[in-house]
Write a protein that binds this ligand. Structure first.
Ligand SMILES: Cc1ncc(COP(=O)(O)O)c(C=O)c1O
Length: 436
């Protein structure tokens, strides 16, 4: 092993000795810095980033210069303001600005530090607003790993093993058009999935009058970049209205312009009652938000709070990021659409040549490529996927996986078309190499 390889191996070894973290990519990526379209490892190797560092850097790796400036400026002034106890204008202005991106009637929000915390708050709010106990969420969903949101999460049993039991949460199947559970081909199977909730869950397991909320991702992320059908989403809204159940959309991965719209749910023509956001919201700093319809009411004094929600450096970064999004919204929308079309075109061409590509799906720059051993049996190509992402990394492209055998393509929304093209060429070369 050369000197550079030794340094990477030594950091990885030290890491394993001190951390309990269990999720790691299958390649040896020791990060050093990032800039725009690129990430650099500690040996100065330049990599095209198709991961946005797990869907965080929507405006470029390490944010843009406005975000970095805002962080520097705020750090000289005040970092922590004990905002849930004292008043402060910065988070108020941020919340007002963020609400401007929401449909009429929204609302009020709670600021936290992560996606899981935003969902924990949403669970509590749904229960206190409705005075009901049960929550429905979906198989293949990922809503976080703390005890409440972990109860919602059901994408891999290893996430849940030995941590339960989880209270009053019922899981329903989520429309997966490529692998429709109801086995009726690739037709719009939304009706079948709705029927399951109506005929089984709400008739045989829980009285709808006891259900506080239905939590869902508008596009499932960790579970496999699964896009539900529009009919399912519309039906879900109708079902919730019939029974006074709240709809909670987890926009933590799919939101913040990722699909070309600020809120991913906009793609389905419905509104939810509570929205949760995190990841890209902070432009690289930790922040979560739980945004509720105003008509749901207020919380009793002392019902919910935290220490760091509204942290001033995080809010300064989030505000700078949001200002950029607002000022460049049209440009981002057009850019996401154009780049998305470009990627889909390339992937469809690759699909013609590579049997291993079973399905290509997504909206905007949230794109999943599901790999199968055979298109007929749809057996997951798990080992092959690992080979492909390893090979891609070796050739200068950072890729993440999701689901059983899917690769995510989630570049920063601001990535140049030439970097995207180079990334797609690396992906194709890696597919070829994995086949040999
Ligand atoms: C859709 C979704 N919800 C919630 C979370 C949890 O967010 P965090 O890791 O910030 O707690 C994630 C993280 O991947 C996510 O993708």
């Amino acid at each position: 092993m050369d000197k550079n390889g030794k340094r990477i191996a030594s950091i990885m070894k030290r890491d394993r000795e001190v951390f309990l973290t269990t999720t790691r990519v299958p390649y040896e990526f020791v990060v050093d810095h990032g800039d725009g379209d690129f990430a650099y490892d500690i040996n100065g190797r330049k990599l095209i980033d198709f991961s946005s560092f797990i869907s965080v850097y929507n405006l470029g790796v390490n944010g843009n210069s406005e975000i970095r400036q805002a962080i520097k400026k705020q750090s000289d002034k005040l970092s922590h303001s004990a905002f849930t106890d004292y008043y402060s204008e910065l988070p108020v202005s941020f919340a007002e600005s963020l609400l401007g991106m929401f449909p009429k009637g929204f609302g009020k929000m709670f600021l936290s530090n992560s996606g899981t915390e935003a969902n924990e708050a949403a669970m509590k709010f749904a229960r206190i607003f409705t005075k009901r106990q049960y929550i429905i969420s979906f198989y293949n969903s990922f809503h976080g790993r703390t005890m409440g949101s972990l109860g919602l999460t059901a994408s891999r049993s290893v996430h849940r093993a030995h941590f339960g039991p989880f209270n009053s949460i019922i899981h329903a199947p989520y429309p997966y058009p490529y692998r429709c559970l109801f086995n009726r081909g690739e037709h719009d199977c939304g009706e079948d999935y709705l029927g399951f909730i109506e005929d089984y869950i709400l008739k045989k397991e829980v009285d709808p009058q006891e259900v506080a909320a239905i939590f869902f991702e508008p596009i499932q992320g960790e579970g496999g970049y699964i896009v539900p059908t529009k009919s399912f989403m519309k039906g879900l809204r109708k079902l919730a209205d019939e029974h006074g159940i709240l709809l909670v959309t987890d926009e933590i991965q799919a939101g913040y312009m990722r699909t070309g719209k600020f809120l991913a749910l906009e793609n389905f023509g419905i509104e939810a009652d509570i929205y949760t956001m995190a990841k890209a919201l902070g432009g690289g700093l930790p922040i979560g938000a739980t945004i509720a319809r105003k008509s749901l009411g207020d919380l009793p004094s002392g019902a919910h709070a935290n220490t760091f929600g509204g942290n001033h450096i995080a809010v300064a970064a989030a505000s700078a990021s949001l200002n950029y999004v607002k000022a460049h919204k049209r440009e981002l929308e057009i850019g996401v659409k154009r780049k998305s079309e470009m990627i889909f075109k390339r992937l469809r061409e690759m699909q013609d040549d590579h049997e291993i590509i079973g399905d290509v799906r997504g909206i905007g720059l949230m794109i999943g490529v599901e790999l199968v051993k055979s298109r007929k049996t749809k057996e997951h190509a798990i080992k092959e996927r690992e080979e492909i992402v390893k090979k891609a990394f070796k050739n200068g492209l950072v890729l993440l996986t999701c689901g059983e055998s899917t690769i995510r393509i989630i570049p920063p929304l601001t990535m140049s078309e030439s970097s995207i093209e180079k990334g797609m060429c690396i992906l194709e070369d890696s597919l070829k190499a994995a086949r040999q």
